[in-house]
Design a protein around this ligand. Structure first.
Ligand code: CTP
Length: 408
């Protein structure tokens, strides 16, 4: 279950052209399983109609503190008492300035002030012209709102509706949903630094040909994202995949096993957890041809000779132990037979506390998986589910094991 599922979210719109994105945001929140109550300021209603937002949220929209629909006539109290989160998107410069001073002269600012501050987080997705975003008043207001406990999201850069270009666009709806999920996720990895390897590696034969495997990187990317949502600072070292960098994660792109080995060895010291989901090629071609190998009619196929690649997981686990650096290492065993036996053997051979077994061909490129967790106490299964769901469960399993590991 994702962190948004079943949550009651008040989606507030203040005035700005980015209101058009709030329609899609509302849909995505509902798709993620939230119940969305829309509240709009008078200015927001100049940009998008309450009718649109009502149709998308399937709930009547509130626009005024004088709305007589609530029997007690206190919409600002009623709307937040059951809410799990208030999200203002777009949050205009003017609206944030008002919040900062605790002003409450219309329904949306009133309910932000009246919400139970301890149980109902406030997330603001700013949107404004680049000059307004850079203005010292806005910079000051954003800093103070953050100190007051609001989650003020960043902004996007690019072309703006006014014709200028720069920082100040509202984040895209998908990005805001990720941020909301993060706020709603228990921060079980807060303060931890997590390194993840993902995807296949490419072992070049010549400048145009390579040997690779069927890993899509989906599991590793889902894990990096889940670790970020759980509060970790995440570095993702990725082989060639067709996936965008997950939000909040710092990504290093590599091609070969050798490059992946170098990137991970260089970063291991600065991390507390290493999750090796990458399907690293075990061998590379011994003699890389600087030019494309040509075929001539009737000639024999080239004979390729291979040499073994370094075992990244084993060498990281060994190297960090030798330097007395506590790094909690998690391996992923991809098998086609005897999953439990191989996962147990690989855990011991690579010297890691947790090995996660999965059936390679049954999961490569797909959106779901099934995991077998093997540690010193035995094994347990995470039943078939989406990779996002499994990533969340595995992050929780890892977080649970960290306190005793770091006490060693
Ligand atoms: N691994 C690694 N470096 C390698 C090979 C594997 O870091 N050169 C890591 C993988 O990222 C994974 C774990 O080791 O976490 C197990 O990988 P897997 O391919 O299942 O096993 P191998 O050790 O390669 O053994 P085999 O190919 O014989 O199954």
């Amino acid at each position: 279950m994702n962190a948004i599922w079943g949550k009651k979210i008040v989606l507030g719109l203040s005035g700005g052209i980015a209101c058009y994105k709030a329609a899609e945001l509302c849909r995505l929140l509902i798709k993620a399983g939230a119940q969305v109550q829309v509240v709009m300021t008078e200015s927001a209603a100049q940009f998008i109609t309450p009718v649109t937002m009502q149709a998308l949220s399937n709930k009547e929209v509130f626009t005024s503190q004088w709305d007589a629909r609530a029997s007690n006539n206190m919409a600002h109290i009623n709307l937040t008492r059951e809410a799990d989160l208030v999200l203002v998107a777009p949050a205009s410069a003017d609206f944030m300035a008002k919040l900062l001073h605790g002003q409450a002269d219309e329904l949306l600012s009133l309910l932000c002030l009246a919400r139970p501050i301890a149980s109902c987080p406030l997330v603001l997705a700013p949107a404004m012209n680049r000059e307004m975003w850079q203005h010292p008043a806005t910079v000051r207001n954003v800093a103070q709102l953050s100190r007051d406990g609001a989650h003020v999201l960043g902004v996007g850069a690019g072309d703006q509706a006014c014709g200028e270009s720069g920082d100040g666009r509202m984040l895209e709806p998908e990005e805001i949903v990720q941020e909301v999920a993060r706020v709603l996720t228990p921060p079980t990895l807060l303060g931890r630094r997590v390194l993840v390897s993902a995807g296949p590696t490419w072992e070049a034969i010549d400048p145009v040909r390579a040997i690779t495997n069927r890993s899509s990187g989906k599991m590793g990317y889902a894990l990096a994202s889940a670790a970020w949502r759980a509060g970790a600072q995440v570095t993702l070292v990725s082989g060639p995949v067709a996936l965008p960098a997950p939000r909040g994660v710092s990504r290093i792109l590599v091609e070969s096993a050798k490059q992946m080995h170098e990137a991970i060895m260089a970063g291991a010291q600065q991390h507390d957890v290493f999750i090796a989901t990458a399907a690293v090629a075990d061998w590379r071609v011994k003699d890389f041809s600087a030019h494309k190998i040509k075929k001539t009619p009737g000639s024999a196929a080239p004979q390729l000779e291979f040499i073994q690649n370094p075992d990244i997981l084993a060498s990281v686990a060994l190297g960090e132990r030798a330097q007395a650096h506590a790094l909690y290492c998690v391996g992923f065993a991809a098998e086609t037979q005897d999953l439990a036996r191989y996962a147990h053997e690989k855990r011991l051979a690579k010297g890691v506390p947790l090995m996660v077994g999965n059936w390679g061909p049954a999961t490569f490129g797909l959106d779901d998986n099934e995991l077998l967790l093997v540690d010193e106490h035995g094994s347990s299964t995470l039943p078939k589910a989406s990779k996002d769901e499994l990533a969340q469960q595995l992050v929780a399993e890892i977080a649970q094991r960290l306190p005793s590991f770091f006490q060693l």
